[in-house]
Ligand binder design. Structure first.
Ligand code: G4P
Ligand code: NA
Ligand code: NA
Length: 191
């Protein structure tokens, strides 16, 4: 998506450790018009898949997921993060390990909001190692719901997430794909 790539080039900053900082339009302050275009693009890509709900993880996935859900005319669910869960009878849960933060979080979705007739579209802001997406795929499996696909705003193609999703056999659409962040420069995947 050209608009997004241009925005990343203009407003993104590369930090040491292969981290792309985009907190001025995606991860803290949010560019609403850009997010609207992101949502439109996800809706265009997945419109024929019979999506009944869009699912993400709080907090940075919420903005793109909300816009995708709006344009697909379905509800959006954000899985909640917890340090660890005790009472889980009414929840679908999964454990998510973050390599960057070196912590595990449980994520959960209330059982009332997913049923076997649902077909979900998973949306997230970043795909790095794919741990958040793995957690949502696990929740989908336990909830017995079909996964129409995965939509990512910014994929770090040099990390392991894409490979994991391809192995799982799920459709993946990333609006920007970053090949490298070496030398503090953003290189996009060219295909
Ligand atoms: P993974 O889900 O793909 O495995 O991500 P990983 O554990 O590697 O990263 C942990 C968190 O850091 C995730 O956010 C992920 O979206 C974010 N992240 C990974 N690489 C980058 C990057 O280059 N730039 C930015 N800005 N974020 C990155 P999270 O813990 O789920 O937090 P939240 O922001 O959604 O609350
Ligand atoms: Na995220
Ligand atoms: Na994030």
């Amino acid at each position: 998506m050209k608009l997004l790539e241009d925005k990343i080039r203009e407003d993104g900053t590369v930090l040491p450790g292969n981290v792309l900082k985009v907190d001025n339009f995606l991860n803290h302050q949010v560019d609403t018009k850009l997010m609207d275009e992101v949502g439109k693009e996800f809706a265009r890509l997945f419109k024929d898949e019979g999506v009944t709900k869009v699912v993400t993880v709080e907090s940075s996935g919420i903005a793109p997921a909300l816009m995708a859900a709006l344009h697909l005319d379905v509800p959006m669910i954000f899985a909640r993060k917890h340090k660890s869960l005790t009472l889980t009878d009414n929840l679908y849960t999964a454990s998510v390990y973050s390599y960057t933060k070196r912590v595990s979080n449980d994520i959960s979705v209330d059982k009332r909001f997913l049923d076997p007739n649902d077909k979900i579209l998973i949306i997230d802001d970043f795909l790095a190692n794919g741990q958040a997406v793995s957690g949502l795929l696990e929740i989908a499996k336990v909830a017995n719901v079909e996964v129409a696909g995965i939509g990512i705003v910014i994929e770090k193609s040099f990390q392991k997430g894409r490979e994991m999703i391809e192995e799982a056999g799920v459709r993946l659409e990333s609006l920007a794909r970053i090949a490298s962040l070496d030398n503090e420069t953003v290189e996009f995947v060219t295909d």
